[in-house]
Design a protein around this ligand. Structure first.
Ligand code: IDP
Ligand code: MG
Length: 135
């Protein structure tokens, strides 16, 4: 079994889509190992997204993710990292496959409803960032 980090972003939490997103997660066979609603500070957002600090929209993405409450989850499944990214859909919701979370709930390429780790190393780092006691 593999673990990955998922986040329901402020746009989807504010729009009351979190219940439907969690239902999609469970319907797709993930186990929710941890789940925490929290409001990131701008500083925490900058730490979390540090790998993106050279991108032109770094200020925008860190302001957005810290603009309201998020729901942070550790998800477990066989091949969870890829399975969660498949369920999320493409970063740009206009390009996301129809059955995906982003196709249903994302507003645009920035306010795109969910986050998912992209590789085993980043999954381990991101899980430890939010849940340092989890091994
Ligand atoms: P991912 O979330 O699908 O892994 P990344 O390329 O890692 O996509 O980008 C991280 C986040 O940065 C995206 O989910 C989105 O919120 C934001 N982002 C990506 N591209 C843009 C853009 O062109 N404009 C504004 N925000 C963007
Ligand atoms: Mg990414």
């Amino acid at each position: 079994m593999e673990k990955t980090l998922g986040i329901i972003k402020p746009d989807a939490v504010a729009a009351h889509h979190s219940g439907n997103i969690i239902a999609m997660i469970e319907k797709n066979g993930f186990t929710i190992v941890r789940m925490q609603k929290m409001h990131l500070s701008k500083k925490q957002a900058e730490q979390f997204y540090a790998v993106h600090k050279e991108r032109p929209f770094f200020g925008e993405m860190t302001s957005f993710i810290s603009s309201g409450p998020v729901i942070v989850m550790v998800l477990e499944k066989n091949d969870a990292i890829k399975a969660w990214r498949d369920l999320m859909g493409a970063t740009d919701p206009k390009k996301a496959a129809p059955h995906t979370i982003r196709a249903h709930y994302a507003i645009d390429i920035g306010k795109n409803a969910v986050h998912g780790s992209d590789a085993p190393e980043t999954a381990a780092e991101e899980i430890a960032f939010f849940f340092p006691d989890l091994k």
